[in-house]
Ligand binder design. Structure first.
Ligand SMILES: CC(=O)SCCNC(=O)CCNC(=O)[C@H](O)C(C)(C)COP(=O)(O)OP(=O)(O)OC[C@H]1O[C@@H](n2cnc3c(N)ncnc32)[C@H](O)[C@@H]1OP(=O)(O)O
Length: 194
């Protein structure tokens, strides 16, 4: 009898947690659809995704935002344009001060950080805005840091986990380390799949 009660309580708690996640995601998705500048069909947001200025954010189709994703800017009207089928994992931080474009099929893994402004050697100076483009099919590994001086990550490039990227990355390059250096070249995505 006591065992049954524990089992029922356990499964009831699991059901409530699953319902909370589902309802939470539906509510968060509705809210972001209502407040962002544009959201394509099929894009979903977990609870706990934050856009400091939703008016400047455009999201394409079938994107997925995990909890803890945070988008901020040090100036008004900086734009964030996200393509289709982009995955933004847990606790990713995007600074869009300089303007940020993310192409179709990009994946940002957990805790990745992308910055688009700098302060030289004086953290109290006015932010220097540096626009950035992350081209289609790029994969940014977990805990990678993309510094403002890197203004372009070429199509199909892979950034290794924990890397510090200080300069532009050519298309299909695999870079890793601190500072990130090329470790190999990848085939264009279409050829790798074939
Ligand atoms: C979809 C998701 O979100 S999954 C969860 C997140 N997962 C990740 O972030 C993983 C990202 N992947 C990586 O970091 C991988 O190591 C890659 C893609 C960068 C490289 O993978 P591979 O091409 O298989 O490289 P490989 O393991 O053969 O390593 C080649 C060399 O680079 C080094 N290296 C590989 N990755 C890294 C890294 N992240 N940082 C520093 N050096 C690295 C290796 O030590 C090796 O050096 P050596 O030749 O001196 O021994």
């Amino acid at each position: 009898m006591r065992r049954n009660l524990i089992a029922v309580t356990y499964w009831a708690c699991r059901a409530i947690a699953a319902l909370y996640r589902r309802v939470g995601m539906a509510a968060a998705t509705l809210m972001h659809r209502a407040t962002l500048k544009g959201v394509g069909k099929g894009s979903r947001f977990q609870l706990g995704v934050r856009f400091a200025d939703p008016n400047v954010v455009t999201v394409g189709r079938d994107c997925y935002f995990w909890r803890g994703c945070d988008v901020s800017s040090e100036r008004r009207n900086a734009q964030l344009n996200i393509g289709d089928q982009v995955q933004i994992n847990r606790d990713v931080h995007l600074d869009i001060t300089g303007g940020l474009r993310i192409g179709d099929g990009v994946t940002l893994s957990e805790d990745a950080v992308v910055y688009t402004h700098d302060h030289g050697l004086d953290p109290h100076s006015t932010a220097m805005a540096l626009p950035k483009t992350i081209e289609a099919d790029v994969w940014i590994g977990m805990r990678a840091v993309i510094l403002p001086q890197c203004q372009n990550i070429g199509r199909g490039a892979v950034i290794g986990a924990g890397s510090i990227v200080t300069r532009d990355v050519p298309a299909c390059a695999v870079v890793a380390g601190n500072p990130a250096r090329p470790i190999r070249q990848r085939l264009p995505v279409a050829q790798e799949v074939a």
